[in-house]
Design a protein around this ligand. Structure first.
Ligand code: NDP
Length: 287
């Protein structure tokens, strides 16, 4: 069997088109959504991500506010900037690009962002709201994975899902979203003992491990949906956490790397910014 290759790039382009129309409708009502992106230091991968976020924000018609701090900037300077953005009515979303330099306390910085402007969904209140079924800002990468899975499978209720990885930015919120959709969820991590067997029973496998080609085709249940979040830079170029060559022979559908989950992340960031803008102005959440 050869898997359907899920075209995240096309899906994300469609989502951005829809966001562009919704943004235009808001602008017509005198509201221009605004996203502030803060980059501390010169990490090359972060610089690429931030430039892409700013470009795509502008392309949808939203305002993009760029803020750059040096790698040596004291944490107090970053907190003062966040406070200024918190109170700026033109700013509906605030994103502080991670990772931060080692001298900064990541949790303290994230939790200084007003939860309603926390378009990354990492603030402890948004994490708690998602976990308790309340209206939250949902982290962009898992939200993008969920959209692809819903589009592919429809109702996820009763499906068995294995999420490999338990990070706060991908694995844990991914598991929460699948649970919210009534999937039966197993979260695997580096201490998990029988990972190939666990995967072999799953209708859905989401890999967020950070190890090139880690998940092999012989772990996958025939016909399963495989979502590869991994972005690993190797001598062979960019590869995912799933061994695409073998997994695509067994799976029913699979996301490629690149062109799968990656493009969905920024599209979901824009969707979250639109949602934050709607909520700040007493409008219903955009569909
Ligand atoms: P982290 O390093 O924070 O988490 C990796 C997780 O994988 C951990 O929970 C770890 O377990 C688990 N793990 C490590 N080794 C094993 C193993 N041998 N068996 C089972 N589990 C293991 O990574 P992130 O969640 O931040 O990112 C994961 C991947 O996704 C990376 O490749 C990253 O580049 C990519 N990514 C892609 C994005 C996109 O837009 N497409 C966005 C964000 C990330 P433990 O907790 O026990 O250490």
């Amino acid at each position: 069997m050869t898997a359907k290759v899920i075209d995240g790039k096309a899906f994300a382009a469609g989502l951005r088109e829809q966001i562009k129309l919704q943004t235009a409708a808001m602008i017509a009502q005198g509201i221009t959504p605004g996203l502030a992106v803060v980059l501390v230091g010169e990490d090359p991968a972060s610089q690429v991500y931030v430039r892409s976020k700013e470009k795509q924000t502008r392309e949808t018609g939203m305002n993009s506010f760029a803020h750059r701090l040096s790698a040596e900037a004291p944490q107090a300077e970053l907190l003062a900037l966040i406070e200024q953005l918190n109170t700026d009515p033109a700013v509906n979303g605030i994103l502080v690009q991670l990772p931060l330099p080692a001298h900064m306390d990541e949790a303290a910085v994230i939790n200084a962002i007003r939860p309603e402007k926390d378009v990354d969904g990492f603030h402890i209140l948004n994490v708690g709201r998602l976990a308790t079924g309340q209206k939250a800002m949902v982290p962009c990468t898992p939200l993008g994975c969920l959209m692809l899975l819903r589009d592919l499978l429809g109702d996820l209720s009763g499906k068995s899902a294995v999420v490999i990885g338990r990070s706060n930015i991908v694995g844990k919120p991914m598991a929460q979203l699948l649970l919210r959709d009534s999937a039966t969820v197993t979260i695997a991590h580096s201490r998990t003992r029988n990972l190939p067997e666990l995967c072999g029973q799953a209708d859905i496998v989401v890999a967020a491990v950070g190890r090139p080609n880690f998940v092999h085709g012989d772990w996958i249940k025939p016909g399963a949906a495989v979502v590869d979040v991994g972005i690993n830079r190797t001598d062979d170029g960019l590869v995912g956490d799933v061994d695409f060559a073998t997994a695509s022979q067994v799976a029913g559908a699979i996301t490629p790397v690149p062109g799968g989950v990656g493009p969905m992340t920024i599209a979901c960031l824009l969707a979250n910014t639109l949602t934050a803008t709607a909520r700040a102005n007493g409008l219903p959440d955009p569909e």
